[in-house]
Design a protein around this ligand. Structure first.
Ligand SMILES: NC(=O)c1ccc[n+]([C@@H]2O[C@H](COP(=O)([O-])OP(=O)(O)OC[C@H]3O[C@@H](n4cnc5c(N)ncnc54)[C@H](O)[C@@H]3O)[C@@H](O)[C@H]2O)c1
Length: 358
């Protein structure tokens, strides 16, 4: 691959249809793509349909649905599934030998411009694309669970990946409503999972040390910093933490304290007993709610947050466009009383006058 593929991606193969693959299938289908799914497990076709049907109302509420929830094809043999596709999303088990074998088989059959993107949570694509014909078209396209809702996709090219393959994957994910970020250097766990792992390690360490209960430690995230994290990452969060002085002032003021906390962070000893404490802890926290109930509750609130953020982004974009127009008018008619431009959008209604809120 020497240049980003300019032919449109219309047909996608989803290889491996467990939790992640089936959710990807729902997302691709909702964006009007021609989807073929492959998985060797008995009942995989039914499981995939079940997940798509469950995801459909949520996708509809996000306004993204173009396709038909039954309008996809199942093909147990991955070699047959990839026939004529423009893009492959691989979601097989997180093991080097499984992915390497799979990419060897499908790579033989696909032309070099077809990108094979793996959902792998943390493996190195350089390693599992060894043996794939044209490894330069193999990348990581790592989503977050559930991929049909969470916007982030981490795109990672291994040592052999071509610029064109990375650009094609980035453009494809952006075109179907995702927020791809490019990870410039291959590291196990990519970026977001390393961040999650760092937080979880400390959360478990605090349980192990008897500092607080499992559910109180979860509340320390969801009732506090977690609310802000849906809006801004750690750097921007602490930029605001510094007041008018921003991050520079924050560091001047609080970095010595933060450095002393870093020095005190721990690594838990994951004994069977500690693992059982964690399992019992989340059971108590779930308070009788089933996995399905918890997932439905999560998806409903995630949808609300995503919708709210989209409305806010739309209002900001409209305000920025108005500002640019005002500036252009001022440049063309300096000092004149050219009327300021105001544009009314439903999002402005929501964000603007509190009295107008329902
Ligand atoms: N679960 C998560 O939260 C999550 C999030 C992001 C990425 N991922 C990644 O997505 C991938 C899949 O994870 P999952 O959680 O969906 O696992 P899963 O166990 O739910 O699904 C894996 C599926 O792969 C199928 N499979 C087994 N061997 C196969 C083969 N040779 N070819 C094709 N399919 C095969 C299985 O039948 C199963 O349906 C992994 O690489 C994982 O790291 C997982």
């Amino acid at each position: 691959m020497s240049a980003a593929s300019h032919s449109p991606i219309r047909k996608v193969a989803v290889i491996g249809a467990g939790t992640i693959g089936a959710s990807w299938a729902a997302h691709f289908l909702a964006h009007g793509l021609d989807v073929v799914v492959s998985d060797p497990a008995p009942g995989a076709k039914e499981h995939t349909q079940q997940l798509i049907d469950g995801a459909w109302p949520v996708l509809k509420s996000l306004g993204t649905v173009k396709g038909d929830p039954k309008g996809w094809r199942f093909e147990p043999d991955p070699a047959k599934a990839v026939e004529g596709v423009d893009f492959v999303q691989e979601n097989a088990p997180e093991r080097y030998e499984v992915k390497q074998k799979l990419l060897g088989v499908i790579g033989e059959l696909l032309p070099p411009e077809v990108v094979i993107a793996s959902s792998s949570s943390g493996l190195l694509v350089t390693r599992f694309s060894q043996g794939c014909r044209f490894p330069e078209r193999c990348v990581i396209g790592h989503p977050f669970n559930p991929p049909h809702l969470i916007p982030l996709v981490e795109v990672v090219g291994g040592e052999k990946a071509s610029r064109a393959a990375i650009d094609t994957a980035m453009a494809f994910y952006a075109a179907i409503g995702k927020r791809p970020i490019e990870i410039r250097k291959e590291v196990t766990g990519h970026v977001a999972n390393r961040l999650q792992a760092a937080l979880w390690r400390e959360a478990i360490y605090l349980v192990e040390q008897g500092v607080a209960s499992v559910s109180d430690i979860d509340a320390a995230v969801t009732e506090g910093p977690g609310l802000r994290w849906a809006l801004m990452g750690p750097h921007m969060t602490f930029n605001l933490g510094g007041g008018q002085g921003g991050l520079a002032h924050f560091m001047e003021h609080l970095l010595p304290a933060v450095e002393s906390w870093w020095a005190d962070l721990g690594t838990p000893n994951m004994t069977a007993e500690l693992q059982q404490t964690l399992v019992d802890g989340v059971k108590a926290e779930a308070d009788g709610r089933s996995m399905t109930e918890l997932a439905q509750w999560r998806d409903k609130l995630l949808t609300d947050i995503i919708t709210l953020r989209a409305a806010s982004a739309e209002a900001s974009a409209a305000a920025a466009a108005d500002r640019r127009l005002d500036e252009a008018l001022e440049e063309t008619f300096p000092g004149s009383d050219a009327p300021s431009v105001t544009r009314q959008t439903p999002a402005e209604d929501i964000e603007g006058d509190p009295a107008k809120r329902g």
